[in-house]
Design a protein around this ligand. Structure first.
Ligand code: NAD
Ligand code: WQD
Length: 339
């Protein structure tokens, strides 16, 4: 029996593949390399000493997906494949709806036709928008996200809930807060294509001299130092949560399971705190300037991850500085590959 991991060469997917292989799962990756690189596969093999199956194609190509399901005994799927740039999603809404939803629907058609259960979906805390109270638990009311990207996540959740109910299947919706960090080996990490949108990749590139200065998008928020607060979760911890979520579905005696988990640390950090932690952790300078607010940014979001702790026996415990050290190690690795 095998687990299909779509987007398994991407940032969170590659770390999760490592954890799955370390837990003796047989892994089948489908990734079209639209936002990843082939060397990631080699590095996964080096780290684990195991070889996942790999199919490089676009999941919108249903006929190729059917062949993968014919070739392997798939018992579940972790679906990471998606386009994820919030700003780009506003400029290319149709492309985002197509890539994030057609791919999901293609996999669900295979699941439906073949009677397969156990589906894990990469969702996001973006489905909560600016919540009224902190921390955010799973009962916090959802808000229609402002971005097209966010809407694809909320729609994906709805599609899966309808699928689970109609066909008696087991699904898990994992709402990530802000994933950061890299593999401790330094061989896997986030590959920002072009100018990074997210904070930590931008900090990393500024420290490395690729960017001149970090633009801090506003210091006039209603927080202690005026910069927004997020829940930065270490990617290896996040990857491990997927293994626990998958095992929970596989071991369940229920036909229909709709799990929803917030995956975060439960602790909020401001932008300035992240910058200082990065400087301390790596003994480097991160020059920055304060700029006007970025449109669509919220003030504060951090998780109540108590449900995941109780039901998945999982907790993110890696301190911020430690995960930021791995980011620098990853940058050093990328530099060494360029040299
Ligand atoms: P990523 O871009 O690094 O990984 C996604 C992978 O999917 C890439 O390797 C890409 O090549 C592949 N892919 C995209 N479209 C495909 C298609 N049509 N067919 C085949 N492969 C395709 O992104 P990530 O940061 O690892 O995110 C993984 C998932 O988690 C995404 O669904 C994302 O929306 C979600 N998520 C990410 C974050 C975050 O901050 N990184 C936060 C919340 C949720
Ligand atoms: C964090 C903080 C910025 C860059 C986004 C998506 C969300 C989810 C995670 C997928 C904010 C500040 C950032 C920079 C800055 N992704 N910042 N200068 O906005 O919490 O969420 O990624 O699901 O859907 O919207 O993360 O890393 O972009 O920003 O000052 O160059 O860092 O203003 O306060 P965000 P982020």
């Amino acid at each position: 029996m095998a687990v299909l991991v779509t987007g398994g060469l991407g940032y969170i997917g590659s770390h999760t593949v490592v954890e799955l292989l370390n837990n003796d799962f047989e892994v089948v990756i489908v990734d079209d390399l639209s936002n990843s690189e082939r060397f990631i596969l080699k590095n996964i093999e080096e780290i684990t000493g195991k070889k996942p199956f790999f199919y490089p194609f676009d999941l919108r190509r249903r006929e190729l997906l059917t062949q993968v399901f014919d070739a392997h005994q798939i018992e579940g799927c972790i679906n990471f494949a998606a386009s994820k740039a919030v700003g780009e999603s506003q400029l290319k809404p149709v492309d985002y709806y197509e890539n994030n939803l057609f791919t999901l629907i293609n996999i669900l058609q295979e699941f439906k036709e073949r009677g397969i259960s156990n589906f894990i979906f990469s969702s996001s805390c973006t489905v909560y928008g600016q919540a009224e109270k902190m921390p955010i638990d799973e009962n916090t009311p959802l808000k229609l996200p402002e971005s097209v990207y966010g809407k694809t996540k909320q729609m994906g959740e709805e599609i899966l809930i309808d699928f689970a109910k109609a066909h008696q299947r087991r699904i898990s919706l994992l709402r990530y807060f802000n994933p950061i960090g890299a593999h401790p080996s330094g061989k896997l990490g986030e590959l920002p294509m072009g100018v990074p949108n997210n904070l930590v990749p931008y900090v990393m590139q500024t420290a490395a001299g690729i960017r001149e200065k970090l633009n801090i998008w506003g210091d006039d928020y209603d927080t202690a130092d005026g910069t927004p607060i997020r829940d930065y979760i270490y990617v290896v911890d996040l990857a491990k949560a997927h293994v626990n979520a998958l095992k929970k579905l596989l071991e369940s005696n229920e036909q229909t399971v709709i799990d929803i988990f917030n995956l975060g640390t439960g602790k909020g950090s401001s932008v300035l705190e992240v910058v200082r932690a990065f400087e301390t952790a790596n003994d480097v300078k991160v020059p920055y300037q304060i700029c006007p607010r970025r449109e669509g940014d919220i003030t504060i979001a951090y998780a109540d991850a108590g449900k995941a702790e109780k039901e998945l026996q999982w907790k993110s415990e890696t301190p911020l500085e430690e995960s930021l050290r791995t980011v620098w190690k990853w940058q050093m690795y990328l530099d060494s590959q360029m040299a």
